[in-house]
Design a protein around this ligand. Structure first.
Ligand code: NAI
Ligand code: SOE
Length: 393
């Protein structure tokens, strides 16, 4: 019989991502067997004792606490998972690194490049495994696009066009959660959703050298949300006080990549009719790929070498022949979901802890994305092309 070692997890934050990460820990060994290690859901921290106790029961944790420092101080916990609003990421990650815990932190890693640097320095100094949870990379169709690019099937990459369009905040009465407050979130659509596309652009095409961006805030104030976890646009009581939105609702940037390609990214949470419209279209000298997360089992490809009488986009449905396929479902197009991307993410993180020692995207990647965000915001205020700074080791 195969026996797999346990690793104890302390999860901080029991909202949307608390749910997704708990599911991933429970299901990871069911998909990936033998698992690199068995995730034991040891302790969950929430904002109050009541929320923490309820989260522990719901998400299958042995203990609960309203003080995340108890997780840091627990010598039996090896893994710290940060799934809180963005303003808490740095303080928790730095404390966890200093305590020698392996860390997975939700995106965006930090509110600014400065904050991200402190987090990166802390994990480097303590030699722990670190990961930032840009899980969309782990959609099989996205990894398949990466494989085609790495194999040279698209030739030299000329451009990347990416979008992240949602509509959950289009209603002016959608509440003011932490996502609309600069002090808590850092930025709006930029940090919340454009960063996912920035991560995909770096993963698929390479480093950014310059950006030229504009931003808009369409809804200047919103009714303050009464509860803790973001209700993601669900209009509750709208008669409460309204407070200023001090982040972007929409961001658009042009990109120059260090390797010579050009590109663009658009992100908004006010695009009625769009739900999780995370897309990219990449053109190379030998072909093109198109991906839309709302049809995440599919990758559209076109190769310039196809005979003229059958030239055109064809759709590949991902399955066992494709990245992560062996661990997922046995027939193409049975359908993978958001949960599967988090299960793969948990597997790759645990594999790094138990073996290779590193995983991507990690805090260096999260820091680089934060530097790109800084450059985008500088361009928004100056109206000029801005050079992107580079993470220095
Ligand atoms: P949420 O608002 O649903 O949940 C956050 C939870 O943190 C709430 O339940 C809140 O009570 C709790 N919390 C607040 N202060 C706390 C404290 N001091 N100690 C413990 N818990 C505390 O937010 P959501 O959507 O789960 O987002 C969390 C993080 O995950 C953010 O950084 C966000 O950007 C990221 N995220 C990433 C996604 C992805 O696709 N990778 C998807 C959604 C969010
Ligand atoms: C809201 O825009 C949100 O939950 C983002 O915070 C996530 O990162 C994205 O994956 C889904 O949408």
């Amino acid at each position: 019989m195969t026996t797999v070692q346990n690793l104890n997890v302390g999860l901080i934050g029991g909202g949307f991502m608390g749910k997704a990460h708990s599911l991933a820990y429970a299901a990871m060994p069911m998909f990936f067997w033998p698992a690199p290690a068995m995730p034991v859901r040891r302790t969950i921290a929430e904002a109050t004792p009541e929320l923490a106790a309820e989260a522990a029961q719901r998400f299958g944790f042995q203990n609960s606490t309203a003080d995340w420092r108890q997780i840091i101080d627990d010598p039996d916990i090896q893994v710290v998972d940060i799934a809180t609003p963005n303003h808490l990421h740095a303080e928790i990650a730095i404390a966890a690194a200093q305590a020698g815990k392996h860390i997975i932190c939700e995106k965006p890693l930090a509110r600014t490049g400065h904050e991200a640097k402190a987090m990166y320095d802390a994990v480097k100094d303590s030699n722990v495994v670190h990961m930032v949870a840009f899980n969309y990379r782990r959609t099989p169709a996205v990894a398949l696009a990466k494989k085609f690019i790495d194999e040279g099937a698209l030739g030299r990459i000329l451009n990347f066009r990416g979008t992240y369009l949602q509509d959950w905040s289009a209603d002016p009465n959608a509440p003011l959660s932490w996502r609309f407050q600069k002090s808590l979130a850092g930025s709006g659509a930029l940090g919340d959703t454009a960063t996912h596309v920035i991560d995909l652009a770096r993963y698929l095409v390479g480093e950014f050298s310059q950006v030229n961006a504009l931003a808009s805030t369409w809804i200047p104030d919103r009714p303050v949300q009464s509860s803790g976890a973001d209700s993601l646009g669900n209009v509750q009581a709208v008669d409460g006080p309204r407070k200023e939105v001090d982040v972007d609702d929409e961001i658009m940037t042009m990109i120059r990549f260090a390797g010579g390609a050009v590109g663009s990214i658009e992100a908004t949470r006010n695009a009625y009719g769009r739900n999780n419209y995370l897309t990219f279209e990449i053109h190379g000298t030998e072909g093109s790929v198109v991906f839309n997360y709302e049809r995440r089992d599919e990758l559209q490809v076109h190769f310039a070498s196809d005979p003229a009488d059958r030239s055109g986009f064809r759709t590949i449905y991902t399955g066992p022949a494709h990245p992560y396929g062996g661990a997922l479902w046995p027939i193409p197009a049975l359908g993978i979901g958001y949960g599967e991307t988090k299960i793969i993410e948990a597997h790759d993180f645990f594999e790094a802890i138990m073996g290779s020692g590193t995983v991507s995207p990690n805090f260096a990647d999260g820091y680089q994305v934060a530097l790109i965000d800084d450059a985008i915001l500088e361009s928004v205020s100056t109206g000029k092309w801005v050079d992107v700074a580079t993470v220095v080791d």
